[in-house]
Structure formats: structure tokens, C-alpha cells
Design a protein around this ligand. Structure first.
Ligand code: SME
Length: 169
């Protein structure tokens, strides 16, 4: 049995190093996208403090569609270029938002969200989707979170060839 609990470390880089190792172990030997995405979201949500949402949006048919997550029920479809997730996907870059109310076009799925971090998931030159974290605390995420989540995203992509069992056009 794998029991994930909040990890307390003096420094975030150390926390994310341990979390990346834990994620690699958790996903080892499994390539099913839904299983791996569900476990990745659960591990992140159970270990990182001060989150109200953690999960995946998948690129399907040219738009983002919600995937496995932890938190309140979420918006299902997001157009590329819309909101924080759609912008991160369209521009294929991590977006960190200290105050979601100040981000033009932010999509409020959970009214409790105050800050957000969205990391694109890219395999080779193929965009698979995004990994999205929300927090009820303004400016919850810093550069260490950004780097740490990019490392977790890389572990996920290396273990999981796709985020869909349908052909990506
Ligand atoms: N806030 C996101 C939408 C997804 S939810 O936060 C789960 C956005 O603006 O894209």
C-alpha cells in the first residue's frame, strides 16, 4: 500500500526531488494514461500543502478536456488560448498566476482559487495537455514550485506515452 502524506521539508527543491522519486516509483511499470494521471494527481494533492485543485487537462480534438484530478468538480472543456490552462497549452509554457482575478480570461472553476500554476505536458514535439494546480492562497506558487512541477511533469510524460486512447489529429 502506498500512503501519501504532506511532506515537510526545509527547502522546496528537496521536497520536489523526493516527490519526483516517489512519483517515478508510483508509475513504474504502468503506461495506462488514466491510471498514471489519477495517481499523479492524488500524490500531488496529498503531499503538497495548500492546494484546492490538482489535475490534468488533455488535448483532445483541438481543445482541452478535463482528466483525472483531485478537488472540486471542474470545467470540462477549455479552448486553446482561453484561461490560464488554454494559454499555457497554446503557448507551450508554464504559467504562474499570483492573483487569478488579475489574469485576463481566467476561468473560475472553484471560487476558492486565488493563485494557479499550469505546466504544459509535452512529449517530443507533441502537446499532450497540461497539469494544473490551484491554491486558495494568493501567490502560493514560486519559482521553486514552477521548477519542481516541471520535473514532476517530465516524470509523468516519461512514464506515460499519451493522455488519450484516441488518436490525436
Ligand atoms: N482556472 C483554470 C481553469 C481550470 S480550473 O482551475 C480547474 C483556467 O483559467 O484555465
Amino acid at each position: 500500500m502506498f500512503v501519501a502524506r504532506p511532506i515537510k521539508h526545509a527547502a522546496k527543491p528537496e521536497l520536489f526531488r523526493d516527490l519526483a522519486a516517489a512519483l517515478a516509483g508510483l508509475l513504474a511499470g504502468e503506461t495506462d494514461w488514466a491510471a498514471n494521471a489519477a495517481n499523479t494527481a492524488a500524490l500531488i494533492f496529498a503531499t503538497l500543502p495548500d492546494l484546492n485543485w490538482a489535475g490534468f487537462y488533455r488535448l483532445l480534438g483541438g481543445e482541452l478536456v478535463v482528466g483525472p484530478f483531485q478537488g472540486q468538480p471542474a470545467c470540462v472543456r477549455i479552448a486553446l488560448g482561453r484561461g490560464v490552462c488554454g494559454t499555457a497549452a497554446a503557448e507551450r509554457r508554464t504559467i504562474r498566476v499570483d492573483d487569478v482575478d488579475a489574469f485576463p480570461g481566467h476561468i473560475a472553476c472553484d471560487a476558492a482559487s486565488r493563485s494557479e500554476l499550469v505546466v504544459p505536458l509535452i512529449a517530443g514535439d507533441r502537446l499532450l495537455g497540461v497539469l494544473d494546480l490551484d491554491s486558495p492562497t494568493p501567490a502560493r506558487f514560486d519559482a521553486d514550485d514552477e521548477a519542481g512541477m516541471a520535473a514532476l511533469a517530465a516524470v509523468f510524460v516519461a512514464a506515460t506515452p499519451g493522455l488519450t486512447d484516441r488518436a490525436i489529429p
